[in-house]
Design a protein around this ligand. Structure first.
Ligand SMILES: [Zn+2]
Length: 346
């Protein structure tokens, strides 16, 4: 197997540290290109950090990639999952049915499981309506009704273990520290191996993109506030190599955390500026901002990414309210924002 000098999405099992292999798996056309699963060898069996999306293509590639380093599905003793998104969680559920490995996930994801297993896409649609995005609600309604409660309960079978908070997890002679990092989702955790200087960061810290914030069935109260706190928390740990779920392995968690903190301060300033220019709702503010690293216009995004963009904007607006820059009120079921007077001169 090659050392991984090609693009990070190139299939295979690539060594990133002694006993640790990065295995990129495909996703259905959602713009992220691939998801990294990390296989950690131990005397007690193979531990997988994240599992991939339950797709035949991903499952086949995981099987052949594990095969290339001398393992099979039956060697997997445990899945440690960073968060509940499909590309991280769902293949673990499918493989557990066949091979019986245990699945662990942060206890903070429980409200998301309750919501998704109840088939209550309506709550998420109601939230999007509050952002003033009426046409997105109409477009999304079809998507949600297709995922009925029975399917959701099969896709989102419960984990065996809820990780209760910061917790040391023994993996052979390695100790992984699970650290709750709410923000991307409310129950996101990262797994740190300070002795080997490795951080399995899930979607919390990504090298090339900024993770979506609070895109989940039971959205937290102030997801960006939580996310920024979780980024600062990474600064209190020793610097480690970054092993992300999307993108290549890089040398420094701290360097990327600093970039992400700066990015969100810039986004907060830009978001506040469009409200001062007259945007009243999250939808209106999102329409006036530019998106992705390439600075695309909102109208160029597809429905899914427009939804993420509006949710992202709402998350920034709510932090600006907490910081005392803006005031919010609910008008006909939609949250409206106005600048607080006198604060341009600060
Ligand atoms: Zn995610």
């Amino acid at each position: 197997m090659g050392a991984g000098t090609g693009p990070w999405t190139e299939p295979g099992a690539f060594p990133v540290a002694p006993g640790v292999h990065r295995i990129p798996l495909p996703l259905p056309n959602d713009g992220l290109h691939a998801v990294n699963v990390y296989a950690v060898e131990s005397a007690g069996g193979l531990v997988l950090i994240d599992s991939g999306w339950a797709l035949q293509e991903a499952r086949d590639l995981l099987e052949s990639s594990l095969g290339s380093i001398g393992f099979g599905f039956e060697d997997i003793s445990r899945f440690l999952i960073t968060h509940m998104h499909r590309d991280h969680y769902t293949l673990a559920v499918e493989l557990r049915r066949l091979f019986g490995a245990r699945i662990a996930l942060g206890v903070g994801e429980q409200p998301n499981f309750d919501a998704v297993r109840a088939g209550s896409g309506d709550a998420q649609l109601a939230e999007i309506a509050r952002w003033g995005a009426t046409d997105l609600v109409e477009k999304l309604r079809g998507l949600y009704t297709r995922d009925n409660a029975d399917q959701a309960r099969a896709t989102y079978e419960l984990p065996d273990d809820w990780i209760p908070g910061s917790q040391d997890i023994e993996v052979g002679d390695r100790t992984l520290r699970a650290v709750p990092t709410p923000g991307h989702t409310r129950g996101h955790v990262v797994f740190a191996d300070p002795a080997a200087s490795l951080l399995f960061s899930g979607d919390h810290v990504l090298p090339h993109i900024t993770p979506s914030i609070g895109f989940e069935p039971a959205r937290a109260e102030l997801p960006l506030g939580a996310y920024l706190d979780s980024l600062r928390l990474m600064r209190t740990l020793p610097d480690m190599r970054l092993l992300p779920a999307h993108g290549p392995v890089t040398d420094s968690v701290h360097t990327r955390v600093d970039e992400l903190l700066l990015h969100h301060e810039e986004r907060l300033a830009a978001t506040e500026a469009v409200v001062r220019e007259g945007a009243a709702t999250a939808f209106e503010a999102a329409s006036r901002l530019t998106w992705t690293r390439r600075g695309r216009a909102f109208d160029e995004l597809d429905t899914f990414n427009r939804t993420l963009a509006v949710g992202e904007t709402a998350a920034h607006l709510d932090v600006l309210v907490v910081r005392g820059e803006l005031k919010s009120s609910i008008v006909d079921g939609v949250v409206e924002y106005v600048p607080l007077p006198g604060d341009q001169n600060r």
